[in-house]
Write a protein that binds this ligand. Structure first.
Ligand code: M6R
Length: 614
């Protein structure tokens, strides 16, 4: 969480910082700030969005060729002007911005207070700034020892950080350090662009270095040098960015979320492109080549993830158990890591994450690795931490997802899980060649079917108009559609702030049915599948209590049309693939409801795109 951006070179840094912060705002947006370096260091910061920061500095001096900027998602200390980054050390030697959490900050802070340090903010970041200064002064305030001071301070720091640091006494230098939180350094022509992800960098260069944990990058007009915390020089690995500017722009859509919903036919095709061949009925997941036999022979599969990725994992559980008969469990990464789970050598753990930076998922991976499991990743962001922490995996290739509410990442994750389960099912002979080939055909046609659902957007908007004032909503589904019910409810609550619950349809009568009255919209996932008759009964139960029924049905369904208040048709498909279709109307429904309620769809309150704190 939190976006950080920095620049050092010949250009005016301010424009690069502000543009970069706008691109990073999806990572946090409760306050923003910049510091201009050089001979006359200045900090400007305020509570609010990057646009508030722009208004603040409008008539002030923001000139300079070195600068750092931050957009915050509060952890320590409420969002206000003082807690906003950058933070300056007490005697003004250091100015820093930070993404992550310093876990031993209380102890460090009281140690510094005992040495006379006084703090202005409630942040852990200010503790770091003062810690750097303490070591710097202790070493004689020698500018040549500035990096040593930072390095020695970081050696006693516990927790996670992505840091950009300016030292007043070394005005033509910018320092970046990483542990746990991502830092990317873009290499230009005698200039460097630094950020917490590549989105602010892609406009200027596609040559980047992803810092590793414990790396410290020292950037100045004489170039870049890379060391680690032990002062051992590191060789920078330069990567080419596979990202274009139009992938991170709205391209005419009102919101990123809407753009990303509409991208799904393309993003699913990109996810299976080169892996699934319709003509030859060929399926190959290159990223799993070295571990495929381990997966086929796994005693158990454990999927770990958070939020929407966890919902995709739940679909994965159904897919793996049906296609492969390998026992599969899905765990919230945050629970898994703290409850001493039983993990054995023959277990395969699959971590799913859009961002590849979710702190709980990373911690769950580390735990599983220590226990001797084979840990695989399904991830969207290339080069992020999760692919680097896992032994093998599959990228989803959905393209950058910027809307805080995850949409195309979900369908891409489910596409990958489907392909994995199909490949393993064929290999362990739980799927026949015919069943496998039918699934290849079905999966191949999913993007065309999604196009057809997207054509119903205006009708879904009309439904949204009718239910937008509800205070609560219920989402029901069975089998493969239970995770979709959970996902639909999550989408609604996170962007429209309507309380919503997802339930297995049959569980409704064990409690939630008490909530149903004429004010309660009940979204029922009711496609023609093995439990169709049962779901029709569930709809009857809702109707008897006067709930407003919005049913997602298979094209041509006449039975439910006579029962429901609103019916959204989706094309027929194999039940196992139905999450990929049925989730689309739910995404659109939440989107339109949120817009009609005047909510900030792309930046919902209290949320941030990647949750890099535990
Ligand atoms: O980047 P990840 O997939 O690991 O993120 C997991 C969750 O934080 C994420 O899915 C979150 O629940 C979204 N806001 C849901 O729309």
């Amino acid at each position: 969480m939190c976006g950080i951006v920095g620049y050092i070179g010949q250009r005016e840094a301010y424009n690069i910082l502000i543009k970069g912060l706008k691109r990073l705002e999806y990572r946090g947006y409760d306050s923003a700030g910049i510091a201009m370096g050089g001979d006359n260091p200045r900090i400007y910061k305020c509570k609010g969005k990057v646009s508030d920061l722009e208004a603040l500095v409008e008539n002030l001096d923001f000139s300079g060729n070195i600068g750092i900027g931050h957009t915050r998602w509060a952890t320590h200390g409420e969002p206000n002007d003082v807690n906003a980054h950058p933070h300056r050390s007490m005697n003004g030697h250091f100015i820093i911005i930070h993404n992550g959490i310093i876990e031993n900050y209380t102890k460090l802070k009281s140690g510094l207070e005992n040495k006379g340090y006084v703090f202005e903010s409630q942040t852990d970041t200010e503790v770091l700034a003062n810690l750097f200064e303490y070591f710097y002064i202790k070493e004689g305030s020698d500018p040549k020892k500035c990096v040593d001071a930072i390095r020695n301070a970081l050696r006693i720091v516990e927790g996670a950080y992505g840091l950009l640091i300016l030292c007043k006494d070394v005005p033509k230098q910018l320092i970046a350090a990483k542990k746990g939180s991502p830092i990317v350094v873009g290499i230009g022509d005698q200039e460097y662009f630094i950020a917490s992800d590549a989105s602010p960098i892609v406009e200027y260069t596609n040559s980047v270095i992803y810092l590793k944990d414990d790396d410290i990058a020292i950037l100045s007009d004489s170039g870049l040098s890379l060391i680690n915390l032990k002062n051992i020089p590191q060789t920078p690995n330069i990567h080419k960015l596979d990202l274009s500017l139009d992938q991170i722009e709205k391209n005419g859509f009102d919101h990123y979320m809407l753009k990303e919903i509409y991208e799904q036919p393309r993003s699913i095709r990109d996810t299976y492109r080169g892996r699934l061949n319709f003509e030859s009925k060929f399926l190959r997941l290159g990223g799993l080549f070295n571990v495929f036999n381990d997966l086929v022979n796994a005693d158990r599969i454990i999927i770990v993830a958070c939020g929407t990725s966890w919902h995709a994992g739940l679909v994965g559980e159904y897919l793996f158990e049906e296609f492969t008969r390998i026992p599969t469990e899905v765990e919230y990464a945050s629970e898994f890591r703290y409850r001493n789970p039983v993990i054995k050598k023959g277990d395969v753990v699959i971590a799913i994450s859009q961002s590849g930076e979710t702190a709980d998922t990373l911690a769950a991976i580390q735990l599983a690795k220590r226990a001797g499991a084979i840990v695989l990743g399904i991830c969207n962001v290339v080069g992020s931490s999760i692919p680097r922490e896992t032994v093998a995996g599959v990228y989803t290739h959905a393209g950058p997802e910027i809307g805080v509410a995850s949409t195309k990442a979900f369908t891409a994750q489910v596409t990958v899980l489907t392909m994995m389960a199909m490949a393993v099912g064929l290999a362990n002979k739980n799927l026949t060649q015919k069943e496998f080939e039918d699934l290849v055909e079905e999966l191949y046609l999913i993007p065309d079917k999604i196009e057809k659902i997207l054509e119903k957007a205006d009708y879904i908007k009309e439904i949204a108009e009718k239910v937008k004032d509800a205070n609560n909503a219920l989402y029901l589904g069975r089998g493969y559609l239970f995770p979709v019910a959970l996902e639909g409810a999550l989408k609604l609550k996170e962007i429209s702030y309507i309380h919503a619950e997802g339930y297995p349809a049959a569980e409704m009568k064990h409690g939630p049915i008490a909530l149903i009255d004429e004010k309660m919209p009940v979204v029922v996932l009711a496609t023609k599948d093995p439990s169709y008759d049962k779901i029709v009964s569930n709809i009857q139960e809702v109707k008897a209590r006067k709930g407003q029924i919005i049913a997602i049905v298979t094209e041509g369904d006449t039975v439910i049309r006579n029962l429901a208040d609103f019916v959204i048709e989706v094309p027929a498909c194999d039940f196992a693939l139905s999450p990929l279709l049925t989730v689309i109307p739910l995404q659109l429904l939440s989107y339109y409801i949120a817009v009609m309620r005047g909510c900030n769809v792309d930046q919902p309150r209290n949320l941030a795109k990647s949750v890099t704190v535990e």
